[in-house]
Design a protein around this ligand. Sequence first.
Ligand SMILES: [Mn+2]
Length: 453
Amino acid sequence: MNSTNLLFIDNDDPKNAKKLYQNRRKKLSKSFDGAYFIDGLDHDANGTHVWAHCLSPIFQEPLLLYLTGINQIQTALFVDPINKIECLFLPNYNAKNAFWDGQKIWHDEETGSKDAQETTGIKAIYDWNDRHQFLTEHIDEYKLKKIGLYWHQSSKTKKVIKDNLYKSKNKIKKLIPKIKVENISPLQWQQRGIDSVADDKLMKEAQKKTNCAFKNTLAQLSRCKTEYEVAGYLQGECLRQSPYGLSFNPIVASEKNATVLHYISNHQTIKKNSLILIDFGIRWHSVQTDISRTIPANGTFNPLQALLYTIVLDTQKYVETHVKAGIRLIDLNKLCWDYLNKKLDSQIKEKGGSYELDYDEKPHFVGHRIGYQVHDGDPFGDYRHDKLMDGTIISNEPGLYGQFKLKLNNKLYSETIGIRIEDNLKVTKSGCINYSKSIPKEISELENLINNA
Ligand SMILES: [Mn+2]
């Protein structure tokens, strides 16, 4: 199996990939102390919305990817550590399907699923369609008392997300009513929190690629009259760096559009004197980046833009000095916005200026976990209340959104502005490693890059 077909993510280390995934499965078995079953997706994004035809090089549920590396739909995993059984459920070989969409990692009776065994290192391969029958028989035969399943439920509010994972859980509960079902969600999030990426090497490569895409886009900035031209160069540059594509739809928002946090329409004409907020990232094997930079469209920050930008940049640096294992994201969040709001008072209000923010105190969280999902961690954000662990990757992304007025050098400046600066950090025992530190963000660096392109 050639990893470039993206079906088995070997993290550029084909020799050790099987071992990596095996160790993760073992670790989860150990902490759960029982059998678990992870049901994958039946169809990809285009299968749910047939009209969408979206570009989506990542197809599978992130936990299944994390435990197997298999990036294809109709895949499921069952691990029973007590009886030493580990099996994969895969799509049944189908010549017509292979003709239309290419090879998959198949269950293939004719070859004894040899390809799948060799690729994944898992010996027991079954037809995806037989997974429920298999579970029923296995539980009966080995008299299992409990099974671990995976679905999204907040441990704080008990709220659930009624997606395919939830439906799969309900189906199994109905099918095998006598077995006790436990949610392995908290355990796997904990494990993924300190082991969300294969290693530092990939993340460093990913950041280097992100940096290239950003700099190459800056070099084209003077040719762009619209946000979508910038977005076009940016996406093209990202895709030139990685066949795994972008981490998410990029945001290219000029002037007041940057005050819309998830502005992705990227359709407007860029005014010459405005700032452009760019939020984007690439995927590289299992690793993802999530970077924001705010740049002057004409290559120069005006004095008020520079002042506001510096407030955000100083806040980001201040937050970074507080990141280390043991602190919680909610603590960093408080530090961040207290610092930024104080700076606004001392540098705008007390200097005779005025401002109006588009929010009360905090526009968004200072950061989030990054892993197999670009927004990793439980989707309810319960993890923000937990102490950060050594090895967790987080974003550090203060922002400022609103209307600002200030007289500087005897000239009144007025700006409707959105500024966000985002880096990716790895939490360590003594502090953090800033993976994104070489991606330009100082005012002089940005101005030089744009003007000397
Ligand atoms: Mn982010």
